[in-house]
Structure formats: C-alpha cells, structure tokens
Write a protein that binds this ligand. Structure first.
Ligand SMILES: Cc1ncc(COP(=O)(O)O)c(C=O)c1O
Length: 362
C-alpha cells in the first residue's frame, strides 16, 4: 500500500531530468553535469584531518553540540552576520533537515515561501500538513501566516535581498507575531556584491527571527551533513527540546570538524573566487548562445533564459553533453529559465564554455 503522505508529496523532480542525462552522456567528450549544486572541490585538508583525528567516538553526541562548537557558531554569527542582542545557536544535520521539518516542529498552519525557490520549503509545509502559499519578494504583499521562509542569496536565482526588502520582512513578522526563517546558506558567496544577513536589520531584537546556515557549500562539506541555526533563544530552545526526542544529533567527529571549519575564512575566500571565476567563464558563452542571465549576483548558480520552454534549453545543452536544471523544478514561474551550477571542476567549466561556443559557430 502506498502511504497517503507519499501520494501527497510531489514526485522527486530530478527523476524527470534522467533522460537528458542519458542524452548528455552520449557526447563524445562525456557529460558535464551542471545540474545539481553538489560541490566537487575537495574538502579542505585541515578539516579532513580533524575528522580523521576524531574517528574514535564511542559515546553519543549531544543535540545542543559541544561547548566548543556552540562557541565557534556564536563567534562566527557575531562577526559574519552582525547579530546583536540575545540569540542562541543549534547544530543541524544539514540545512535540508531543518527546511523539511521546521514547520512540523513549530506546528505551523500556514507557511509562506518564495515563488521561485528551493523545493524543500514546499515539501516541509506539506509534511506539516500546513497550508503552503508561494509569495513575491515584497513582504508588504504577504498574507497572514505563522511561518515565512526567505532565501538570500537565493537558490536558484542568485538574487540578493535589498535592505528595504529585509526591513519589510521584519515589519511583517512584528506586525503578525509570525516566525521568519532566513535561509542564508550562500551568504559568503557574493559576486561583486556583499550579501547581508537578516540579523543586520533586527536592531538586537531577534524575537521570532531565525537564520539557517550550512557548511555544505562554504566548506565543501556536503557529505559530512553540517549546518546550524541561529536566532530567537526561546524558539531555538523549543526546537532543541524536540530534536532531543527526535534523535537528530550531529555526529561528534562532524561537530569537531565544523568547529575548526568555522574558525577559518581563507578557504571560504578561495571557494568564492573559484565559483566566481567559473561564472565569469560560462557567462559570455551563454550570452553568445542567446541566453539572458537574470540576477545571479551571488551563490552558486547562473539563472538564464532564452525565452523558450525550460526543457527546450535543457535539451539544447544536453546535445552538447551539458546537463542543466529546468527552472520548473523551482516553481511554475521558472518555466522559461534554466539553472546552471558552478559545481564542476574549472576544466569541465572551460570545456562547457568551449562546447557552447563551438555549437553557435556551427
Ligand atoms: C537554498 C538552500 N537551502 C538549503 C539547502 C540544503 O543544503 P544542506 O542540507 O546541504 O545544508 C540547499 C541545497 O542546495 C539550498 O540550495
């Protein structure tokens, strides 16, 4: 018997892309996979070393995280988010875990999420059996709800919130006494801009405001499952209590690796430079092929359109052995865009640009 919940959830979108993967793999040069935003650059060696040295780990880890990890997150949040006032922190098994389960933890009834967005916001609302409403960026237009997601820099668009947009979000939260959770997992990856955290705008009153951060992209740690949340101490205390029951502790060797990773900015600067250089390599080739690049000023992606059906663009690139993601994965408003991830080696990105340039020269 198929579970009613399984029937309610959308089909896993990546399955629909599989035939284009088959086509792309037939290219004589092999497939260049720019679809999933999964890092390919090695985990920095100093982080690997901490993990390996922590391999002897017979005891259970705590949900709250080691005192060292909590301190590292607090210090990082103060210096990188500009957070002031009372706040608490909580380690997570990747930010996807929180995105999928936060509405359940908070027993949210109505959940707002961006119209073009990471699909798990919708899935999380469905798991909680909440009403889900896709909204525009401007929070002045939002209906009442008990929980709202914002995402800046955004996946898939690479768009960054302005000061005024953040202030409107906070006004909405204060007016409605509603929780806002800001997904900031690409915060350190600006390209000519410096993305800001929601905590720049709370003036030290963090009531009902949360942010989630991830080390998956920042530190090439996606395989470790390492993330954390920051914000309203009362909300974090409540979520910590639920997670203590639910068994979602971060593995102790991973907690130790996270602690050291958060103390170092040099490897993040290198990652940012690498991703931005790849974006600079691919952008002119895509423009020459008739694509318009929208937003894409931060994060890991190029959000492009040729004003055609997204699947037609995906198919054209698959002929060249390049796999991209149709914008439809991120909501109906993405129907004529594709998302191209910078998560391939420099050589593969250069190869992709050459294949596109060769194709348009005919
Ligand atoms: C906007 C956004 N939030 C959350 C995640 C989940 O990341 P992770 O679970 O690796 O921390 C992703 C992953 O791509 C994402 O794009």
């Amino acid at each position: 018997m198929c579970s009613p919940l399984r029937k309610k959830l959308p089909d896993f979108p990546w399955d629909a892309l599989a035939p284009y993967g088959v086509k792309a793999r037939k290219h004589p040069g092999g497939m260049i996979d720019l679809s999933q935003g999964t890092p390919v650059d090695p985990t920095p060696e100093f982080i690997q070393k901490v993990l390996a040295e922590s391999a002897n780990s017979p005891s259970y880890p705590t949900t709250a995280g080691t005192p060292d990890l909590q301190e590292a997150i607090r210090t990082w949040a103060t210096s990188h988010l500009g957070i002031t006032g009372e706040f608490d922190v909580l380690p997570l098994i990747g930010s996807k875990e929180l995105v999928a389960w936060l509405p359940t933890f908070l027993q949210s009834q109505v959940v707002l999420y961006p119209r073009v967005a990471y699909p798990t916001y919708l899935v999380g609302a469905m798991l909680a059996q909440a009403q889900e409403i896709a909204v525009d960026i401007d929070a002045a237009s939002w209906p009442k709800a008990d929980l709202a997601w914002v995402n800046s820099p955004a996946n898939p668009t690479g768009r960054v919130h302005t000061d005024a947009e953040y202030r409107a979000v906070i006004d909405w939260s204060r007016k409605n006494h509603s929780v806002v959770i800001s997904d900031e997992c690409y915060l350190e990856f600006g390209d000519g801009v410096t993305p800001t955290s929601i905590f720049n705008y709370t003036d030290g009153d963090n009531t009902n405001i949360l942010a989630v951060h991830s080390l998956s992209k920042r530190s090439s740690l996606a395989g470790y499952r390492a993330a954390f949340m920051v914000g309203d101490p009362a909300l974090i205390a409540a979520i910590r209590e639920i997670r203590k029951h639910a068994g979602m502790m971060v593995a102790l060797p991973v907690q130790k690796a996270m602690t050291q990773a958060l103390k170092d900015d040099a490897h993040v600067a290198q990652a940012r430079a690498r991703y931005n250089a790849r974006r600079a390599t691919l952008t002119p080739a895509l423009i020459a092929a008739g694509f318009r690049i929208d937003d894409s000023v931060a994060g890991l992606y190029l959000w492009c359109t040729r004003n055609e059906d997204a699947w037609a663009s995906v198919d054209w690139l698959a002929e060249l052995g390049i796999l991209a993601t149709p914008g439809t994965f991120y909501g109906p408003d993405g129907a004529s865009h594709i998302r191209i991830a910078m998560t391939a080696t420099d050589a593969a990105i250069a190869d992709a640009a050459s294949r596109i340039n060769a194709a348009i020269k005919g």
